[in-house]
Design a protein around this ligand. Structure first.
Ligand code: DQA
Length: 147
């Protein structure tokens, strides 16, 4: 199947950004690790990161015309603010898993609400870069399970 990994604002700074919270892996490390696993499982993986909400919305729209079957997304701070990105995901009807490196529920209360969790297939929080791998495994199960 065709998978898309989306990362929202400030995730390009991973590795140097608040390492006590987000760890030392860079986004390039995470993307490379995921690409390797996706290939082993027989999927294609496209990746996209942006600090701009509209570009993420556009990328979700493009996903439909490209035939993307499943999205893995860490919306970053847009998790807590973006009705537009939520509507984009609803608009294309592509199933997705929401990922957060940190455990947002142990942090500031404004991080406890997500505009995505109630429409996601599932959510993975607080497990660091491993969360992306676990999300990919879950997507794989879902895409390959026989009806
Ligand atoms: C994050 C959590 C968000 O609250 C924050 O704004 C981020 C990263 C995470 O992966 O833990 O940018 O999505």
């Amino acid at each position: 199947s065709n998978l898309l990994l989306l990362n929202g604002p400030n995730l390009n700074l991973l590795g140097t950004r608040e390492p006590g919270i987000y760890g030392s892996a860079t986004l390039a490390d995470i993307e490379a690790g995921l690409a390797t696993t996706a290939q082993k499982l027989g999927h294609t993986l496209a990746t996209f990161q942006s600090n701009q909400e509209g570009l993420l919305v556009d990328r979700v729209h493009q996903a439909r015309s490209e035939g993307i079957n499943f999205i893995l997304i860490n919306p970053g701070a847009y998790t807590h603010t973006s009705v537009a990105l939520r509507d984009a995901l609803l608009g294309v009807s592509i199933p997705f898993i929401e990922i957060h490196l940190s455990n947002v529920f142990t942090r500031e209360s404004f991080r406890h609400h997500s505009y995505f969790s109630d429409i996601a297939v599932g959510c993975i929080v607080g497990l660091g870069p491993l969360g992306y791998q676990l999300a990919l495994q879950a997507a794989h199960e879902r895409l390959t399970v026989k009806p």
